[in-house]
Design a protein around this ligand. Structure first.
Ligand code: SF4
Length: 357
């Protein structure tokens, strides 16, 4: 791969970016003096989430848990319930655990240094850089997908952005921008904002870009081709067969998802994952009306969910009402609890269709 031999000079680019950001930054709640806690919360919410969707969640979290202490005091169920619908629930669990660590080890104040920040659950290189630069105005690079794209295009770098070399190249360039003495917060957020509003993935708006004059590929077809990626991650297809089993009292049979898989800690319908378990779990088998899989013909709902590296093919099968004890490993949720417990989005949507939520 060819390395760019001449890159736009940092002392020219940095002030242009900062001045563009000052004039064009969107008025977002986490940019209104919310402190390190608010910056951290917004960064965790915005991982894998669009700004439009994350906004309501950020506001709700700040209302219910306005401080690190309030978040640390909450139960995991309360945090997961508020997070419901955002997906990637490990973010919520890490957020909660990290809040408890910040209270117990750092007197409720997010650390001001990179090493301590990285010791918190769920705080990676990008999030630590974002907290230090955006909240504490320290010159740390915060390199997300937007920044990788903008820098690759600006410098005409053909290094794959998912390779260590491609990432290092972009990070080094951001460090050079920071060495100019420009505001770390405006510079870091400016790069991200430029990637979100102007240097967008599919059709970069070079005519509106403050860096057009210095960009190595402005207004060329290459602008749409870059950045390059070296590999396409494999997608694992999973077949989830769910059983919809309720009592005559309106309770629903569920189980709580375990560690080591998606949706940990959420309440879910009894599941048989085809290809992983030979048959539906034993305690359930006795409740199925037809031993030889005739229940398969009674599917009442199907949906497909795409996660980063997984595609979930979901089917739900209704079973006749059952009034016995919940089999081992399962529990009944009352109609009120059904509205309160944290569940995967597919199940919330299904329950809403049934008028249960
Ligand atoms: Fe991106 Fe175009 Fe700006 Fe270059 S000039 S950074 S390609 S929007």
């Amino acid at each position: 791969m060819k390395q760019p031999n001449e890159i736009p000079a940092a002392p020219i680019v940095a002030p242009l970016l900062v001045s563009w950001f000052e004039q064009h930054a969107r008025d977002l709640p986490w940019r209104r003096g919310v402190g390190a806690y608010g910056v951290w919360l917004s960064e965790v919410i915005l991982q894998q989430t669009r700004v439009a969707q994350g906004l309501a969640y950020f506001q709700r979290f700040m209302e219910v848990f306005p401080t690190v202490e309030a978040l640390a005091r909450a139960t995991e169920d309360e945090v997961l319930h508020l997070w419901q619908g955002l997906g990637y629930y490990s973010r919520a669990r890490h957020l909660h655990k990290a809040a408890q660590q910040i209270v117990s080890q750092y007197q409720g104040v997010l650390p001001h240094n990179y090493t301590d920040l990285r010791s918190l659950p769920g705080v990676g290189e990008y999030t630590a850089g974002a907290i230090l630069a955006f909240a504490y105005h320290l010159p740390y690079p915060a390199v997300d997908g937007n920044v990788l794209r903008v820098v690759s295009r600006l410098c005409a770098s053909t290094l794959p952005i998912d390779s260590p070399e491609g990432k290092r190249f972009c990070k080094t360039y951001v460090e050079r921008l920071l060495q100019t003495g420009a505001s770390p917060s405006d510079l870091g957020q400016g790069l991200i904002e430029l990637g979100a509003l102007v240097c967008t993935p599919k059709a970069p708006h070079c005519d509106s870009c403050p860096l057009q004059r210095y960009c190595k590929i402005a207004d060329t077809p290459q602008a749409e081709e870059l950045p390059y990626k070296g590999s396409t991650p494999k997608v694992r297809i999973r077949k989830f067969h769910y059983f919809w089993l309720h009592s005559s009292r309106g309770e629903l049979l569920v189980y709580r998802r375990n560690k080591g898989d998606i949706w940990q800690g959420l309440y879910d319908l009894p599941l048989w994952e085809e290809g992983v378990q030979e048959n539906p779990p034993l305690p359930l088998l006795s409740l199925l009306p037809n031993a030889e899989g005739a229940w398969r013909k009674q599917c009442c709902y199907t949906t497909v969910r795409k996660l980063t590296h997984q595609q979930l093919q979901i089917a739900i099968y209704p079973l006749p009402p059952y009034d016995g004890e919940a089999p081992e490993g399962y529990l009944w949720l009352s109609p009120t609890e059904l509205k309160e417990k944290a569940m995967p989005t597919y199940l919330i949507e299904f329950l809403q269709k049934q008028g249960k939520r």
